[in-house]
Design a protein around this ligand. Structure first.
Ligand SMILES: O=c1nc[nH]c2c1ncn2[C@H]1C[C@H](O)[C@@H](COP(=O)(O)OP(=O)(O)OP(=O)(O)O)O1
Ligand SMILES: [Mg+2]
Length: 198
């Protein structure tokens, strides 16, 4: 299983996952090589959305496929934007608009009540009808700042403070982000399951 299709149209996400998988000898190919179609992310959970994206990619490619469905859950917003993170400010997805909307939603909320976490759900299917997909979750706790900082990464990275480092996720090198992020953690958990699978 060396060629793996990534069910994502997000180039930054592809880069992160490619870096995580390269040492294991996997080559990640974007689903756009096979089809321009983007399945609607209609499910209420990250896991189900990851599964439906991976299943679609496996179907159009005829190859094993992996998907990440991820998002930001903010305590003061009772878990929003959650599975709606990519389209928080509407469609098409726009990182700057999403960040602006988040700042507005948290206006006046003090630092002590700005806790949040990133969530990543990964789903790996050997083929479109795989009855035993491998699923893994990863979390990354932090805090939402009141202004953006940093230029690395994507999405909500410039607003996401990693308290132990005093830096936003957008101020981290790609290598450090992958070592501690929700996506890095989910990938290590997924690989552990693959190793342990009978
Ligand atoms: O490490 C991250 N750093 C910052 N923001 C992040 C991260 N991880 C997820 N996020 C945000 C971006 C987007 O607003 C949503 C993911 O939405 P999600 O549907 O999984 O990804 P997407 O639409 O960008 O690409 P695709 O579905 O084609 O894989 O959460
Ligand atoms: Mg998406």
């Amino acid at each position: 299983m060396n060629d793996l299709v990534l069910a994502s149209h997000n180039a930054k996400k592809l880069k992160e996952l490619q870096t995580l998988l390269a040492p294991l000898g996997y080559r990640l190919r974007p689903v756009s090589e096979f089809s321009p179609e983007v399945p609607e992310e209609t499910a209420p959970s990250f896991i189900e959305n990851a599964l439906l994206k991976a299943r679609h990619a496996a179907r159009v490619s005829g190859l094993p496929a992996i998907a990440d469905d991820s998002g930001l859950e903010v305590e003061a917003l009772r878990g929003a934007p959650g599975v709606y993170s990519a389209r928080y400010a509407g469609e098409p997805s726009d990182d700057a608009a999403n960040n602006a909307k988040l700042l507005q939603a948290l206006a006046g909320v003090p630092a002590a009540r700005r806790g949040a976490r990133f969530v990543s759900a990964l789903a790996l299917l050997r083929h479109a009808d795989d009855p035993t997909p491998v699923i893994a979750l990863g979390y990354w706790p932090g805090q939402i700042l009141d202004a953006t900082r940093g230029a690395n990464g994507f999405g909500y990275d410039p607003l996401f403070l990693v308290p132990s480092l005093g830096k936003t996720s957008a101020e981290l090198t790609p290598g450090l982000k992958n070592r501690i992020s929700h996506r890095g953690r989910a990938m290590r958990a997924l690989l552990k399951q693959l190793r342990e699978r009978p």
